[in-house]
Write a protein that binds this ligand. Sequence first.
Ligand SMILES: NC(=O)c1ccc[n+]([C@@H]2O[C@H](COP(=O)([O-])OP(=O)(O)OC[C@H]3O[C@@H](n4cnc5c(N)ncnc54)[C@H](OP(=O)(O)O)[C@@H]3O)[C@@H](O)[C@H]2O)c1
Length: 431
Amino acid sequence: MGGERGAIGIGLMGLGVVGSGVARILHEKADVYARQIGYPLTLRRVLVRDPKKQRRFEVEAPLLTTDAADLLADPGVEMIIEVMGGEQPAYAYLREALSAGKFVVTGNKEVMAKHGGELLALAREHNVDLLYEASVGGGIPIIAPLKRDLLANDIVAVTAIINGTTNYILTSMGKGGGGFAEALAEAQRLGYAESDPTDDVEGIDAAYKLAILATLAFHMDAHPEDVHREGITRLTGADFAYARDLGYAIKLLAVARKDGDRVQLRVHPALVSQEELLARVDGALNAVQIEGDLMDRVLFQGPGAGSLPTTSAVVADALDAAVSISNQVYWPHSSRREAGLTVMPMDDVVTRYYLRIGAADRPGVLAQIARALADAEISIASVIQKEAAEGGAEVVIMTHGAREASMRGALAAIAALDGVGGVEQMLRVHA
Ligand SMILES: NC(=O)c1ccc[n+]([C@@H]2O[C@H](COP(=O)([O-])OP(=O)(O)OC[C@H]3O[C@@H](n4cnc5c(N)ncnc54)[C@H](OP(=O)(O)O)[C@@H]3O)[C@@H](O)[C@H]2O)c1
């Protein structure tokens, strides 16, 4: 290799947690990468908001700019690495970069989940690639395996723990670390949760990532609004204690499952049997389990965030793009779409359930609850009844598989029963 052309010019957008890792590793491993690719990779400009800010890794001051045009209009910038985050202006910049024939590497799940289909089409139109390994699972290789290594399979299901913040909180609640508010405050103190944790604890971030994974796994156009989403804010210490006694962990699961020509897309807390590897993915770790018709199940697990793990994914994509740029050829991955796949309404999803119901401690109440479930053709797998404060009782029921619509109907009937204080919790059980 080597020859006519000079260095491969890179424009870096963002010099925060990930961007500073990328700048540092491109600097520290410059010689290795130059040998690997045949040409050096050179940072030409770095876009930031505040050039005066102190950085984890300081780049030469003249490289910093607050004007995106310094990167986008520079023909010497052949590749944009976008690690700014947020929908805008990142989306507009990526469109502009691809339209100008630049290769793009991004870690932006929001932009890829909302606009990935359009941006990938734009990339193909301009004969360049758009790579986004870091957008799901941080340092875990998952996009590339779905695009290539698992392509011979019909994927049946993707079941993932793809939000480190919530997994950290749930792990701590599972160890008896108190209620949600306490565990969140602790996660914030330790830097695992942001001061505004909404995107994480409401499952918004996980829904973005699930849309990206489902799009690849099922060759469909899945969007964040297609994902049924429930967060973790309603979980209590009591749920964790019961789950533990019953042999389960509680995880925020992101599930995409194909069922005929319909695909379930859902993010919600779920009971996961302690026998399952997913139940043991603890702390800020992420894991993605893929089930295919040929390879059965594979589990990818690792750090779902963090400066260097994410840098690992971003720089791998940059090296991949650099090979295409240096060879002046780029082989697009399959963009096949399965016609006729639709998103399954949540009402039709069948799972097992965990219910926690506050009831009066008097004869007949349990029988009434059981009858309401039986009327909806839901069969009970096990029941725990415990005395609760102020003379009441807490009834915890595990059911066999039932349609969501039937369960909702039964819960409305149970809540209206005389001896029932309220349905305190309904969680799905991961099959
Ligand atoms: N952090 C992780 O572990 C992780 C893991 C996987 C994926 N990601 C994704 O990677 C991206 C970056 O995350 P991060 O944690 O590195 O974020 P961050 O620490 O907040 O850094 C963002 C950087 O982008 C710059 N920036 C933001 N908006 C800008 C604008 N409008 N114009 C110019 N510069 C702007 C900021 O400039 P200033 O510094 O001057 O404010 C900052 O340097 C996000 O899409 C995130 O979802 C992050």
